[in-house]
Structure formats: structure tokens, C-alpha cells
Design a protein. Structure first.
Length: 182
């Protein structure tokens, strides 16, 4: 990991939570990174331009465009970039999409600087990862299903609500809640 930091010390940190961004950014600076901070995808795209950072930590759920838009853009500019999606709204569907678009890892918030560094340095999967023996709860299954349908509809809440047979406002309220932790 130290070799990667020395050859490309710039890290783009994108999160709409300014306090979390400042705390994580300071911790990553102490670990040797030059940290560029943005609070939405448009700001980050403006900062990146045509020269992507070698490292990026991107929040998934922000006002405006999703962090997935930024992941895709950075990956197109530099397929070797190490990107971690960091989210408080973790789901299987968004994790799969993030990896398909070029993220190298996916972490649920809260994650500290050491967890982020470990994820940034990880380029291969882990065959020894613990597999849960307990099935998902009905509430977690509902959350996962909503996320899957929302992803299939490119984030279109109205169409997702129609397909799920629920009112749009009900869906919006469900999406504002954090997923049930298992």
C-alpha cells in the first residue's frame, strides 16, 4: 500500500456530509495523502477534469447525481484508479453496480480511515470472507428488493413505485430510512 501512496498521493474524497468529510480527510492527510474534497458529484467532476486521481472515496447517496456517476467517469479516464464507494445506504444492488462501474471496493458507513485505506489497497476479492448462516430479515429483504428495482429503473422513483405497487411518497420515505442492519 505504501508504494501506491508514494506513486499517486492524491485522493479525491466526495461526501455531502461536510463534518464527516473533514474528519476523514484529515485522517487520510495524516496517512500521507493529498486530499481533494468535494461535496457533490458536479463539484468533483469539475475538480477532476480530464486528470483523475489514482484514489477516490465516493459517497453513494448525495443530492443531485449519485456517486455511481463519478465512479463511472473516473474509471473511464483511468481504469487503474482505486475507488471505494462509501455509503450509509448499503445494498447488494448498489454494491454490484458500483463494482461493475469500476469501484474496487464498497464500504458501509461509518468507516474509519484505516478501513478506507485497507479497502483502497485491496485489488482482489477475498475467498476467505465470512459467509453468514442466517437468512436476511423480511425488512432487509424488502430494502434489498427496493434497491434492486430502483437500480433497474436508473434511480427513477416514480417508475420504481409503479412497479412495486406503492405510492411514490411511501417509496421516498422508505428510501430516506437507513437499511436494517443484520
Amino acid at each position: 500500500m505504501q508504494d501506491m501512496i508514494q506513486s499517486a498521493p492524491t485522493l479525491l474524497l466526495v461526501d455531502d456530509d461536510a463534518l464527516y468529510c473533514r474528519i476523514l480527510g484529515n485522517a487520510l492527510k495524516r496517512r500521507g495523502f493529498t486530499v481533494l474534497t468535494a461535496h457533490n458529484v458536479q463539484q468533483a467532476l469539475h475538480m477532476v477534469g480530464d486528470v483523475p486521481p489514482k484514489f477516490a472515496v465516493v459517497d453513494l447517496n448525495m443530492p443531485g447525481d449519485s456517486g455511481l456517476v463519478l465512479i463511472e467517469k473516473i474509471h473511464k479516464l483511468d481504469p487503474q484508479a482505486h475507488m471505494v464507494v462509501l455509503t450509509g445506504y448499503a445494498s447488494v444492488a448498489t454494491a454490484v453496480e458500483a463494482i461493475k462501474l469500476g469501484a474496487t471496493h464498497y464500504l458501509a458507513k461509518p468507516a474509519d480511515a484505516d478501513e478506507v485505506l485497507k479497502a483502497l489497497g485491496q485489488t482482489d476479492g477475498q475467498v476467505g470472507i465470512e459467509i453468514k448462516q442466517q437468512p436476511l430479515s423480511p425488512k432487509r429483504l424488502e430494502w434489498e428488493h427496493i434497491q434492486k428495482v430502483l437500480t433497474e429503473n436508473d434511480g427513477n422513483i416514480s417508475e420504481t413505485a409503479r412497479q412495486l405497487g406503492m405510492h411514490r411518497r411511501t417509496l421516498q420515505r422508505k428510501l430516506q430510512k437507513r437499511p436494517v442492519q443484520e
